[in-house]
Design a protein around this ligand. Structure first.
Ligand SMILES: Nc1ncnc2c1ncn2[C@@H]1O[C@H](COP(=O)(O)OP(=O)(O)OP(=O)(O)O)[C@@H](O)[C@H]1O
Length: 582
């Protein structure tokens, strides 16, 4: 039962509902056993011509009482078992989502979004089916068939029962034969659905690129291929599931035929009464439901097992962090220290950073320049502890980063990533994203510092304007500055700007850098940029090349070195001149 490990807290809490639901199910099954006996006795009185009016009234009364009891019982088990299975769906979805949020970034580098979406929808649904209709039908089929067979033997005739049920071993044979196949095929169905969701998700996210490269037709063709595969594997599963149902029906029909012929024979030779024959025949008819249900139960349980294994694989992934610890003030010195740090991404051979050493004092600004792929973003990723480094190489406020709980660290850092991801919600929500409660005054102050306030108030709903498809579509530069405002609103101890001013004109850039200088008392700043104009006033500039620090110093000292930084500066001066002249 290791497969149920993650469900234990839920099952513990809901066991009483399941137990009561199962009790009601069995009670309903017992009640359902009565009408054949009542009708059998009625038939015997009819054939013996001893039937009186009070007998008819009593029979009607009994049947009505049974019908009411069955209806109430059915309502009761629906309200317990089905309700519990729906609660399980809700509980499990929350649990999976909460766990996914704790997983390290490296997990998302190796798992596709569509796959995760399939887990959150189809797999959780399959688990719900097992713990709702699956359990109901299992208990129902088991008790109903056991009770029916027992009564057939006790109340009617043992020999007739054994002969009529002779085809039953075939049921076991089919279940064993089809079970493994169903499991394998359902696993493939879930995988195909994951591929399909992933393709749909990526297509819609990349619609701009698809349209601008006129790749609609090839995207459609690729989608068709994946959709065809999805259809094919579903059909394979449907064939096997579809075959099981009629085969089980056929077995029941065989039993009915035997009951008819052999039962009739026993009536003719007075071994059983006509009433007993009617009772037996009704019981055989009642057996057809559990036979059909066995197919459904087996299908549902196999699917549920596969899906629960897929969900368990997520829940078994170790979290990146366990507890909150916000007691660090990051006031030790230096604010940031890299000591002979070499880092390579998981699974990579070549290090992205090699032997990086530098100190950055609190309130100072460090700028990092260098060609694309030289390791600038990696350096920021490590500061945010998005990837792990060995102890003894990276210190924040005097503490080894490996001793700092990631949540505390990230609370202290304001990060502006390159891709400026904003949520399709109000501007105030986006700017205050790092705060527990959105606050307009904080939002306005941060937006003013980030030089985006004037543009925000020109939007129809100002700070309440919604972003995205149904709202304001911001320009690249506006998104960048909103993203900067989001980092500033946190009033971070460390501010990390990863190429955050690339889409901003030099005048706005200058105004923003002036604002940044005012924050020096409280903030240590790291700026990654390709533009010399952004970094020239930094206290220290590092020039990275292929993960190594090639040059370091202030703007002036680097210019006098006449190395790579100097060349970059000259190139940009020339570009500026050409732009002005043209
Ligand atoms: N998640 C990752 N997994 C494996 N390798 C990575 C990953 N991210 C970056 N790299 C590699 O690490 C190296 C440094 O990348 P990084 O993103 O730090 O460069 P960068 O200087 O920020 O580049 P750019 O200026 O283009 O943003 C590159 O060779 C890149 O291919």
């Amino acid at each position: 039962m290791q497969i149920l490990t993650h469900l234990k807290p839920f099952l513990k809490k809901h066991m009483k509902y399941y137990a009561f639901g199962i009790f009601l199910l069995i009670a309903v099954d017992v009640l359902q056993m009565l009408p054949p006996i009542i009708i059998g006795n009625f038939t015997d009185m009819l054939t013996a011509r001893t039937l009186k009016t009070p007998d008819t009234i009593r029979t009607i009364f009994y049947i009505i009482i049974v019908a009411i009891g069955v209806a109430l019982g059915r309502f009761g088990w629906r309200m317990t078992i089905i309700k519990s299975s729906k609660t399980l769906e809700y509980w499990l979805r929350n649990r999976v989502f909460a766990h996914l949020e704790t997983l390290p970034l490296s997990y998302y580098n190796t798992h596709k979004t569509g796959d995760l979406m399939a887990h959150a929808t189809n797999d959780i649904n399959a688990v719900r089916m097992s713990f709702g209709p699956g359990i109901i039908m299992f208990i129902d089929a088991f008790f109903m068939s056991t009770l029916t067979i027992c009564l057939m033997m006790i109340k009617v005739n043992l020999k007739l029962t054994l002969v009529a049920l002779a085809p039953l071993p075939l049921v076991a044979f089919f279940i064993i034969t089809f079970g493994k196949l169903i499991r394998q095929r359902f696993k493939r169905v879930q995988e195909a659905f994951s591929d399909l969701s992933d393709n749909v998700q990526e297509t819609f996210s990349g619609m701009r690129v698809i349209k601008s490269f006129v790749r609609e037709q090839s995207t459609q063709a690729h989608f068709n291929l994946i959709n065809e595969e999805n259809f094919a594997v579903n059909m394979k599963l449907a064939k096997i599931s579809g075959l099981m149902h009629p085969l089980l029906g056929f077995i029941t029909m065989l039993s009915t035929l035997i009951a008819l012929v052999y039962g009739g024979y026993l009536v003719i030779y007075d071994t059983i009464t006509v009433g007993a024959f009617v009772t037996f025949f009704m019981y055989v008819g009642m057996l057809s439901w559990p036979m059909m249900a066995i197919g459904f139960v087996y299908n549902t349980m196999q699917r549920g097992q596969v899906s629960l294994q897929r969900i368990n694989a997520i829940l078994d992934e170790p979290s990146a962090f366990d507890d909150d610890r916000n007691d660090l003030d990051f006031s030790g010195t230096p604010a940031i220290q890299f000591k002979n740090l070499t880092f390579q991404y998981p699974g990579q051979i070549i290090p992205a950073l090699k032997d990086i050493t530098f100190d950055l004092e609190a309130g100072k600004t460090l700028a990092i320049v260098g060609k694309t792929g030289s390791g600038k973003t990696t350096l920021m990723n490590l500061l945010l502890r998005l990837y792990e480094v060995d102890p003894g190489h990276l210190f924040i406020g005097g503490d080894d980063i490996t001793d700092i709980e990631p949540k505390s660290l990230r609370h202290a850092i304001g990060y502006v990533p390159q891709d400026n991801f904003l949520f399709s919600k109000e501007i105030v929500y986006n700017i205050c994203f790092g705060l527990d409660t959105p606050d307009l005054d904080t939002s306005v102050e941060a937006a003013k510092r980030a030089q985006i306030h004037d543009e925000i108030i020109s939007f129809k709903d100002s700070y309440q304007s919604e972003l995205g498809e149904r709202g304001v579509n911001m320009s690249g530069g506006q998104k960048q500055r909103t993203s900067i405002a989001r980092a500033l609103a946190k009033q971070p101890k460390i501010l990390c700007l990863d190429d955050a001013l690339s889409a901003v004109d030099t005048k706005t850039e200058e105004a923003f850098l002036k604002e940044l200088a005012k924050l020096r008392e409280k903030t240590t700043t790291l700026i990654v940029s390709h533009r010399v104009s952004t970094v020239k006033d930094a206290d220290q500039i590092l020039y990275l090349e292929q993960g190594e620090i090639l040059e370091r110093g202030t703007h002036q000292s680097l210019l006098s070195q006449k190395g790579a930084y100097y060349e970059l500066y000259q190139k940009q001066l020339l570009e500026e001149k050409i732009t002005k002249e043209s």
